[in-house]
Design a protein around this ligand. Structure first.
Ligand code: SF4
Length: 161
């Protein structure tokens, strides 16, 4: 979804958004029910934890103290273009800031966070922001609680109106 601004080769070299520590497990991707069913058919050994009306992967911690997404392989994500919406828009995040939708950016992304602000905004203005807000209205489980480490790039309407 971000191929115009974030090259697949940059992502393939970096796995930072697919590995979590216990502070950022809240960032793990939201998986809607339908996707959970198809993932379970793909790999019956996958385990999921309910998160509101959706699911997240049950990632067992490794000896290094990190949690690796079970879809992550040495060649990147097993799911290709069918990955969860959260992953397709990362490092953009949709958050609840005082009852309003906002789109933020995760500073941990080493490629996107170095881009000029006008490039990040232009990508959102090309239709992506509308897509993100529409998805958030359709599936509120993807809305994260606002974290002040995430600069706000776009402000949307009030949640639930
Ligand atoms: S589903 Fe794919 S892109 Fe998303 S966190 Fe897991 S490995 Fe990364």
């Amino acid at each position: 979804m971000l191929k115009d601004i974030l090259s697949p080769s940059d992502c393939a070299k970096c796995r930072v958004c697919c590995v979590f520590d216990h502070y950022d497990l809240w960032e793990s991707p939201i998986i809607p029910d339908e996707m959970k069913k198809s993932l379970s058919e793909l790999d019956p050994e996958l385990e999921f934890i309910p998160r509101n009306d959706s699911w997240v992967f049950n990632m067992n911690g490794s000896d290094d103290g990190l949690y690796y997404c079970p879809m992550l392989t040495d060649n990147g994500c097993r799911l290709g273009d069918s990955k969860p919406f959260d992953c397709r828009i990362w490092p953009y995040r949709v958050m609840d800031f005082r009852g309003r939708f906002v789109i933020t950016i995760a500073s941990i992304c080493p490629v996107m966070y170095k881009k000029p602000l006008n490039a990040l905004i232009a990508e959102l203005d090309s239709g992506l922001a509308d897509t993100i807000f529409a998805e958030a209205e359709n599936n509120p489980d993807i809305i994260k609680e606002y974290d002040n480490g995430y600069p706000i790039l776009k402000v949307g309407g009030y949640i639930g109106e």
